[in-house]
Write a protein that binds this ligand. Sequence first.
Ligand code: FAD
Length: 430
Amino acid sequence: MRRLPRPGDIALMALLLLPLAVALPRLGGIGGPPELWLTWIGRVTGILGLALMLLAAAVSLRLRGFDRPFGGLVRLWKLHHWMGFGAFILAMVHVLALALAAVPASLDAAVATLFPSVSHGAVWLGWLSWLSMVIFLAPTFGFFGRLHYQRWKRLHLVSAAALLLGLGHALLLAGETWPWWLLGIAGLGAIVWRKLLSPRLAGLPYRVAAVEPLARGVVELVLEPEGRRMAHETGQFVYLSPLDESLSAGRSEEHPYTIASSPHDARLRIGIKDLGDASHALQSVTPGSRVLIEGPYGDFFQRHSPSRKPLWFGGGIGITPFVGGAREMAERGQGEETHLFYLANSPDRAYYQGELEEIAEQLESFTYTSHYYRDQGPLTEAFLRRHCPDYVEREIYICGPPGMNAHLQRLLTDQGIPASRIHSEVFDFL
Ligand SMILES: Cc1cc2nc3c(=O)[nH]c(=O)nc-3n(C[C@H](O)[C@H](O)[C@H](O)COP(=O)(O)OP(=O)(O)OC[C@H]3O[C@@H](n4cnc5c(N)ncnc54)[C@H](O)[C@@H]3O)c2cc1C
């Protein structure tokens, strides 16, 4: 976990402040009676809120390499969520501060500021934008029950309406409009790419060559390119959209999966655990049917400092990036001195176990240790030290369920390992 801002963060910050910097001379200074500074706050939060909303849309652009300056797609998605939420809060403060600024004049003036006559189209565009935001964000509030990921993704089109309406609001009210055109094109352009163009242009066609069972509810898909093959690095993931007509769910739906094959393998191997309707249906995808593969994304292993030996922790289906890494080492017949701990519930839930043990037997530089929660409880420092005495000196990679990730982060940082040397990936974007 690197704490420093990344180049992408700095660019985002500059773009966020751009409309404010341009508008600042017209906003006047802060100070004077409360109505003046409340108006100032109302305007500043309005400008920042809309800029944040447009940038949240802009970072949803999914183009190969675009995620790298932000520290990978998973981090970019987290930024996207926080920016969307931040934009909503700023929009609320914007409305509230402008209304409160009119209260000293009279209560009627405050109401008229919020709800002017219909001829004030700009204000009404602002309200419609806010309403679209509420409709869009409502399902994320726990009150409405568990969020249905695919339905919420479809609801993202409402956020495009919020952007358009908010943009109209700003263009009618702003003195200088060019910063809004710039951010508007970036935000709406990203949505047009994601919703209209990328489903047609970004996916590479692959064919399902085999569906190999790994355990109950877990298979490995072997995919062969139909034309150009995708190049990737170990630890990266792709979006997979199955086109098999006979699937009971998830047809043409894109879901992220880690590549478990070596970068030198022309065929892609993807381990899939039944975690919901689409991944359940994929357990019985028809061999010979087509899938579209988009990517690769992520930089899990690229955050590595080459001077230190790697220490890998895989949990459950979170073993897949390490399977890709181990397969690559096996193919090359060598690799950095690496230790893999596989944290599984029980031996029958340790997928790829046989293959990983074989690679460890073949390669002196690769050590494999399994740990079973059901028999041994949570992994302890003593267990770690016994099997990997120099673990505190290593560069650490964790991929697995959130609970395991949190437990290991605590255990390792308690031993004085700096957070900057611990890299983790959780298979969840929400
Ligand atoms: C970077 C990354 C790598 C992954 N690698 C693997 C892997 O190698 N093997 C594997 O079995 N699983 C992997 N997953 C998890 C896999 O994407 C989900 O299990 C799958 O999308 C679930 O879809 P579903 O319809 O079956 O279940 P649902 O019931 O729809 O979803 C279950 C949960 O999965 C998450 N999810 C669903 N759809 C998406 C989506 N389109 N994007 C992001 N998250 C989603 C949500 O948190 C949701 O709550 C990975 C996830 C991420 C983010």
